[in-house]
Design a protein around this ligand. Sequence first.
Ligand SMILES: [Zn+2]
Length: 90
Amino acid sequence: MKHDANPMHAANAAPRCAAKSKRTGLPCKNPAVRGWKVCRMHGARGGHPPGKDHPSWQHGMRSQEWVEARAEINELLRETREIERLLKLD
Ligand SMILES: [Zn+2]
């Protein structure tokens, strides 16, 4: 007989839910649903699809894509201003 034949060893090694208790701050400990970071009690398989299929979608200017694009542009502008500031000091 194989030494590691107990199927519960694999079950106990499953990834755990990432949720924390509001009251105690302790982790949930339930196994996470496959493909999710949380267990079935903490929102796995729930909610609306993200993006254009979300019922609250209006114009897309607050979409993840646009928010990231704006952040990149702002970072470039910040760097440009810093370079300008350094050039003026000399
Ligand atoms: Zn959980």
